[in-house]
Design a protein around this ligand. Sequence first.
Ligand SMILES: *[C@@H]1O[C@H](CO)[C@@H](O)[C@H](O)[C@H]1NC(C)=O
Ligand SMILES: *[C@@H]1O[C@H](CO)[C@@H](O)[C@H](O)[C@H]1NC(C)=O
Ligand SMILES: *[C@@H]1O[C@H](CO)[C@@H](O)[C@H](O)[C@H]1NC(C)=O
Ligand SMILES: *[C@@H]1O[C@H](CO)[C@@H](O)[C@H](O)[C@H]1NC(C)=O
Ligand SMILES: *[C@@H]1O[C@H](CO)[C@@H](O)[C@H](O)[C@H]1NC(C)=O
Ligand SMILES: *[C@@H]1O[C@H](CO)[C@@H](O)[C@H](O)[C@H]1NC(C)=O
Ligand SMILES: *[C@@H]1O[C@H](CO)[C@@H](O)[C@H](O)[C@H]1NC(C)=O
Ligand SMILES: *[C@@H]1O[C@H](CO)[C@@H](O)[C@H](O)[C@H]1NC(C)=O
Ligand SMILES: *[C@@H]1O[C@H](CO)[C@@H](O)[C@H](O)[C@H]1NC(C)=O
Ligand SMILES: *[C@@H]1O[C@H](CO)[C@@H](O)[C@H](O)[C@H]1NC(C)=O
Ligand SMILES: *[C@@H]1O[C@H](CO)[C@@H](O)[C@H](O)[C@H]1NC(C)=O
Ligand SMILES: *[C@@H]1O[C@H](CO)[C@@H](O)[C@H](O)[C@H]1NC(C)=O
Length: 819
Amino acid sequence: MSFLLLLCYHLLSAPFPISVEASTPSPLQLEADALQQSGWWVGRNISQHCQSKGSIICDASGSIIDIFVDWKLPAGSTLHNLNFSSLPNLVSLYIFNSTLQGSIPPQIALLSNLTFLHLSRNHLTGHIPLEIGNLTNLLELHLDDNMLTGRIPFEIGNSSKLSKLRLHRNLLTGTIPSEIGKLMDLMELRLDSNMLHGTIPSQMGNFTNLFWLSLSQNRLMGTIPSTLCRLPVLSVLDISGNRLSGVIPPEIGNITNLRTLSLGDNNLTDPFPLEIKSLYRLEQLYVQNNAFMGLIPSSVFQLTNLKELNLASNSFSGSIPSEITHSLQFLDASCNMLTGSIPFNLFDLISYHYWLQIDLSHNSFNGPIPSMSIGPRELHGVTMNLSYNKLTGSIPDFLIHFHHIDLSYNCLHGPLSNQFLHHFGVDVGLGNENLCGNHSQLRSCASHNHTVHKLLKILLPSLILFILFVVCFTLYCSRKSKNTTHVTEVDSHGNVFSIWNYDGKIAYQDIIDATEDFNIKYCIGTGGFGSVYRAMLPIGKVVALKKLHSSEAAKWVALNESFQNEIEMLKEIRHKNIVKLLGYCLHKRCMFLIYEYMESGSLFWVLSNDTEAEELKWNKRLNVINRVAQALSYLHHDCNMPIIHRDVTTNNILLDSNLDAFLPDFGVARFLDVESSNHTVVRGTYGYIAPELAYTRVVTEKCDVYCFGVVALETIMGKHPRELLNDIWSKSTPNVAIKEWLDMRLRSPLTQNGVAQRIVVALTLAFACIHPNPTARPTMQHVSIQLLVPRPGLEISFNEILVEQILRQEIYRVNIISE
Ligand SMILES: *[C@@H]1O[C@H](CO)[C@@H](O)[C@H](O)[C@H]1NC(C)=O
Ligand SMILES: *[C@@H]1O[C@H](CO)[C@@H](O)[C@H](O)[C@H]1NC(C)=O
Ligand SMILES: *[C@@H]1O[C@H](CO)[C@@H](O)[C@H](O)[C@H]1NC(C)=O
Ligand SMILES: *[C@@H]1O[C@H](CO)[C@@H](O)[C@H](O)[C@H]1NC(C)=O
Ligand SMILES: *[C@@H]1O[C@H](CO)[C@@H](O)[C@H](O)[C@H]1NC(C)=O
Ligand SMILES: *[C@@H]1O[C@H](CO)[C@@H](O)[C@H](O)[C@H]1NC(C)=O
Ligand SMILES: *[C@@H]1O[C@H](CO)[C@@H](O)[C@H](O)[C@H]1NC(C)=O
Ligand SMILES: *[C@@H]1O[C@H](CO)[C@@H](O)[C@H](O)[C@H]1NC(C)=O
Ligand SMILES: *[C@@H]1O[C@H](CO)[C@@H](O)[C@H](O)[C@H]1NC(C)=O
Ligand SMILES: *[C@@H]1O[C@H](CO)[C@@H](O)[C@H](O)[C@H]1NC(C)=O
Ligand SMILES: *[C@@H]1O[C@H](CO)[C@@H](O)[C@H](O)[C@H]1NC(C)=O
Ligand SMILES: *[C@@H]1O[C@H](CO)[C@@H](O)[C@H](O)[C@H]1NC(C)=O
């Protein structure tokens, strides 16, 4: 019945008269024919393509605006199969990982409304057609991971609205056209892993919004144009793996937003600019395999946020300064001409990080290995390579706790204990003439050939002395700090406390003091995995702490090392709508994560407080929905490994002082799952758990999609849509007007400014997202794009729109509903 109504609606609202003459088929019929003739939907019922299951979206008049394919197309499928001249209104063409072959036809220019062209990860060959420049509405052009050849057409400069241009991982040749400088709105430009030659065009300095520029792994020559240093918001600059020469322009210090600077594998020469010290946000600096000489400016080691520094295979001389930023976790200075002793502060980094990797091999470092009295602590994340230097002295005992160490080819002396040999193998000490040990490849410690008794006689007193020392030291420390038991216990259990993006001076004790040992009065929210606390640190900065429930904490501890690797990966995740993780503490009894603090608290809190909820006007609410969709789309589709959030709730969405939304806690669940993947443990928060989890154990991205739907409804309704969740798709929906469901605390939305229209789109998507069948839910990428697709104005009064009409996507079509 409703299907017939729908059909009538479509026929009535079709802009062209329906012709019965077979000779002049209507535009809508031509669209249908184009789909059929493509052969892409073989085995899928598209006889009523606007409503059949599939991936086609139509506008209100029934004309196709969005084609979304993420399955493997029939063998031999090409873009030439699709008659573009029949699809004049197409806004988004998304064909991802579908083994699409052949070239991009010049007829693509017929799609004058095309805004999103995503053809990533296919087998496309041939040239990029110069007609791409006719697509003047294009915002995103993703042709990465194909086998495209030829040059980048200079006509691309005519697609002047482009904000994301991804052509990486193809076989493109030729030079980078200077016309690319006309794309003033570019935010992301990725041309890496091609065979481009020539120089970097100086016009690239014109991109005022560019935050990601990657030209790495090409054959670019010449110098780094100083105009690149004019990019005000650039965050990632990767031009490694080319043939660039000359110096790093001193203007580099102007790009103060830079977080990653990758210049490795080029032919850059000294001097190394002192201005690098202005890049206080820098987290990764890679300059390996270049021709740098002379001293490394000591300010490089003092950049407060620097985590990774790769200086390997240059000709740097001089020594490493004694002052080193506590944020450093990766240092490769191997194969240089560095001298002097290894600074104590470099070893002291093990007090700040669980995971630490240092390679100083093939230099001329001398002096002894710094000795530390660190007591029994977790050092299993530490790897050091000190081989091929001129280090002297004996081997300090604490090194035995490292994950790995290489001391070969130095001038060390004394015994190499059996324990050392057992842990690291004999290679650890080879090439040290005066090192002895119980191994055929080492000199035996003949002069120390004592019986076991004699050995004990000597070792026992020193052992007792050592224990006494440790006890005294611990007592001394305990007295110095107020909360004695806690600190001692933490230390003797080997807690891990890691903090980054910080000056390193914040300590575990600061956190305990600031929250009075997690006193309930600092608690600002509770979620499926733990509670969130607000902590004002001694230096005046406020952070948010997520303290995991003790059962969760125990699992993290059990995972330990694999967890450490994962958290390193999480730290790399950058998205403007994802709250930055600042650090964490891992301990049997207490496990917490440290996040940026968001002034306005959780979305749940704002919605449940009448004054705050009134501040969160319709526009802001729609922005919240948009931003959460983008953040989830990023986690699901743009990370190296898709990340399922698993706890998307209004409690877990935080708002800053502008009421802009941020998503924290991404991926927490993923670690937990490594261990419990075979268990039926329903995680997440009650009221947000996808129904299929009641009968399957498989958690997919579609569970997040469901949660997103609930969150979007809750944001619009102002309260949890509890009673609606079970009924809406199963029973016949009551004929209520949608306005009955809106948050009454806000004035009803206006049609003139497009807010009413955006609410209808958001609600339509939200309903699709809470579909009980996970396969009928859209992907987050789809949702995030659909929220942005421009739509015609409402044709009926907002107040008259019924819930059922939105459910059946009769106002705006956003996704195909399954039966
Ligand atoms: C295809 O779907 C339409 C409705 O969308 C239905 O009427 C038709 O019977 C279906 N055809 C097949 C072969 O399933
Ligand atoms: C594509 O469609 C147009 C009408 O929109 C038609 O004239 C043309 O012949 C079609 N092309 C092919 C190759 O089928
Ligand atoms: C496509 O563009 C034309 C003008 O080129 C415009 O009239 C039409 O409304 C657009 N269609 C959509 C769906 O935006
Ligand atoms: C691409 O598709 C193949 C199967 O066709 C699948 O195994 C693979 O995971 C997909 N890759 C991505 C990135 O989705
Ligand atoms: C592309 O644009 C140019 C100039 O505006 C025009 O001459 C040409 O016909 C267009 N090509 C197509 C295929 O529309
Ligand atoms: C690009 O735009 C310029 C003017 O804006 C125009 O003269 C030229 O024909 C266009 N080129 C293409 C290929 O559309
Ligand atoms: C782009 O940069 C070049 C030089 O780098 C400059 O001459 C030109 O005016 C800039 N173009 C725009 C549109 O700003
Ligand atoms: C850029 O850096 C140079 C040299 O470091 C400096 O003289 C100049 O003022 C800076 N320009 C801007 C816009 O900051
Ligand atoms: C690097 O530059 C030097 C001169 O600065 C040159 O002699 C050398 O051949 C270059 N190496 C490469 C690999 O281009
Ligand atoms: C340490 O560095 C040397 C030389 O760079 C290398 O040969 C050796 O394999 C490294 N050791 C480890 C354990 O990686
Ligand atoms: C030396 O090593 C052998 C086996 O590798 C072992 O049996 C022996 O007990 C060791 N001797 C000493 C003194 O540790
Ligand atoms: C060590 O001393 C014992 C006797 O105390 C002797 O039997 C043994 O051969 C000696 N080992 C070596 C390697 O000199």
